[in-house]
Design a protein around this ligand. Structure first.
Ligand SMILES: Cc1cc2nc3c(=O)[nH]c(=O)nc-3n(C[C@H](O)[C@H](O)[C@H](O)COP(=O)(O)OP(=O)(O)OC[C@H]3O[C@@H](n4cnc5c(N)ncnc54)[C@H](O)[C@@H]3O)c2cc1C
Length: 591
């Protein structure tokens, strides 16, 4: 079964969980109406399902071919990319000044989910181009913007994001790539980067690398890193392609998944140094790169949602067809496996986790929109803080559940799930990287605990908790028996999160190692409580507006009764168990 864009689910999550409708009514997006957004999302869904999804398997089996420094992508991929960019999908959120459509981030979030559901390996290159556009637009000089932005926005050229080196992965501050002032305003870049997504490819005739490097007199660590734009081909004064720059791909990795996406080792400066142009100020590269990374982190979260959606669709379809065992001992014939309660439990888990992650990602995107578009400065700042709080959760929770859901997808298929033909195995392999790149999920959890909880002296997370309590109260007041124990269980989950948050903030000043030891279960708890409340909010809003809320209600209920109930265990793991992690040296020795 191939991917179908889940337009109804996406529309409900946009309007009711992420509260797009009130934002539109408030005039946040000018003339743009909900029908316009529905039409854009439907067209993106058609493109994803009809053009990209059919290429996913060939990308997996063909991989990429590397010869003489050149990369050949799978048959049909180059043409599909060209059709995708010509249809304007690379330019959805970019500024109209550079040829963009200036549409909301939340619209692009829905599109991004679908590109990744259709093929992560195809979509992760364009995802980085969009993030690069944001960084260049926010921090680049006028001259650099004029030289590069239009072609990046149109997708005629693609961008890359280059941080990682052999000794500098999570610890970006350890990077050694050097930048020397050339005396003419440009810089010469020398060094090696590894694991660079779409570092070389045949989609576009120029590739614009966004590279972190260190000046000779730079302070150590992340305070001494600068960001450079390094084009594969330098530009002539009229903007046309000139000489080849001193940067090349040395090799392409063989990987567990996303085979169609070229992951390259890049060499800068074989012949004296690649010409690079500074973005922002010298030694201020990390803050410029954070513009790029924050966008990419949300996009990787959406990658998780896309994979989880695709795995759920596949499993549902298989479970309706595969007959095995009898639903009741008296039945004369075997039943489709969807009739078995344990299979239903797996399918409901997949669906509920996917929808919770989608709601969190879309809510994060709307917070970014508000941070850019609210007329009031204080509201913009509050929304920016909310987006900062939610971004690591959107990234890590969504990609963790993508791994869980893809694994369940295989389980629903039984032995066939382990066989490549069904595609369930590819989803499992492709999902794995999303929890690693763009900052591992462990690093996201540390970011949430050490940088995001202290925002506004804790006021930002408190406001998020208040929003969740309001949903629980509304659920309680609604008193619909269809919600089962949801109000009680979600109330428990939010209470667990509130207590654990207070503990975390307290530990940061006293025993930071304990806070770090509890960071990952804390992020999961945060995602479960937030996702559960957003699903309940979605179902309540649909009911209130007289829409058919049966599926949303059943999903919210299942999530609260089966998934969010682990909140209390996570609280215990953090509050009672973190010290045991810090003191467990004896258990970590190799016998
Ligand atoms: C397919 C693929 C594509 C990629 N694309 C890009 C790209 O386009 N651009 C780019 O720059 N990079 C890219 N990367 C690199 C990726 O971002 C890194 O692999 C990732 O950031 C982790 O770094 P590392 O591999 O060095 O692992 P390490 O940093 O060595 O981490 C190993 C483990 O230790 C943990 N750890 C490390 N430090 C800490 C700490 N301080 N506290 C707690 N835990 C810690 C990590 O969470 C992880 O579990 C890609 C990688 C892959 C595999």
């Amino acid at each position: 079964m191939s991917y179908r864009a889940p337009l109804a689910d996406i529309a409900s999550a946009l309007k009711h969980a992420a509260t797009l409708t009130p934002a539109i009514e408030q005039g946040l997006f000018g003339e743009l109406g909900i029908e316009d957004i529905d039409a854009i999302v439907a067209e993106a869904g058609r493109f994803a399902a009809e053009v990209i999804a059919p290429l996913n398997r060939i990308g997996d089996t063909f991989g990429t071919r590397f010869a003489d420094g050149n990369v050949t992508t799978a048959p049909g991929w180059k043409e599909a990319y060209r059709a995708w960019r010509l249809a304007g999908w690379n330019a959805v959120t970019a500024q109209s000044e550079w040829g963009g459509q200036g549409l909301p981030q939340i619209v692009n979030a829905a599109c991004t989910e679908m590109w990744h559901a259709a093929s992560v390996a195809f979509a992760n290159g364009p995802m980085l181009t969009m993030a690069a556009i944001d960084a260049l637009n926010a921090h680049g000089s006028t001259a650099l913007k004029h030289a590069y932005l239009k072609k990046l926005v149109s997708g005629e050229w693609m961008g890359t994001m280059q941080l990682t080196e052999p000794q500098a992965g999570s610890d970006v501050g350890a990077l050694r790539t050097r930048a020397e002032r050339a005396g003419d305003g440009s810089y010469r870049i020398k060094g090696q980067k590894i694991f660079i997504t779409f570092g070389e490819h045949d989609f576009t005739d120029n590739i614009i690398h966004f590279v972190l490097a260190r000046l000779p007199d730079a302070p150590p660590g992340t305070r001494g890193i600068s960001l450079f734009l390094v084009p594969k081909f330098l530009l002539q004064p009229d903007g046309s392609l000139g000489a080849r720059n001193d940067v090349r791909a040395h090799s392409v990795e063989h990987k567990l998944g996303i085979h169609g996406s070229p992951t390259c080792t890049m060499i800068f400066g074989d012949a004296g140094g690649a010409t690079g142009f500074l973005i922002g100020e010298e030694n201020a590269g990390m803050s410029c790169m954070f513009t790029m990374m924050n966008r990419a982190r949300l996009a990787v979260g959406l990658q998780g949602v896309g994979i989880a959606e695709c795995a759920t669709q596949k499993a549902l379809s298989y479970a309706r067809e595969r007959r095995q065992g009898r639903a009741a001992v008296t039945d004369p014939q075997s039943a489709p496996i969807i009739a078995h309660p344990d299979v239903r439990r797996m399918l409901l888990t997949m669906r509920a986790l996917t929808q919770a992650a989608r709601a969190i990602c879309y809510a994060t995107a709307l917070a970014i929109d508000r941070s850019e578009r609210e007329s009031d400065e204080a509201k913009r700042r509050a929304a920016d803080a909310q987006a900062s709080l939610l971004t690591p959760v959107a990234k890590a929770f969504s990609t963790d559940i993508a791994n869980d859901v893809a694994s369940l997808g295989i389980q629903v298929h039984g032995g066939m799930g382990y066989i490549e033909e069904t595609g369930a195995a590819q989803l499992f392999r492709d999902a794995r990287i999303a929890a690693i790149y763009e900052g591992t999920n462990g690093i996201q959890a540390i970011d949430l605990v050490t940088r995001k909880l202290p925002l506004g002296d804790g006021a930002v997370v408190m406001s998020h908790l208040d929003d969740m309590r309001a949903v629980v109260s509304a659920l309680d007041a609604d008193n619909d028996p269809g919600f089962g124990w949801a109000a009680v269980r979600l109330g428990d989950a939010v209470d667990s999160l509130a207590r654990t948050t207070a503990w975390m903030i307290g530990q940061l000043g006293k025993q930071p190692e304990a806070a770090l030891a509890g960071a990952t279960p804390y992020l999961r708890l945060f995602g479960l409580a937030s996702g559960g409340c957003l699903l309940a909010k979605q179902a309540l809003s649909m009911k209130r507006l007289g829409e058919d809320a049966a599926a949303a209600l059943a999903t919210a209920r299942f999530f609260a009764e089966h998934v969010a109930v682990t909140a209390r265990s996570l609280e215990r793991a953090v509050v009672e168990g973190a010290a045991g992690v810090v003191d467990a040296d004896a258990a970590l020795t190799v016998a």
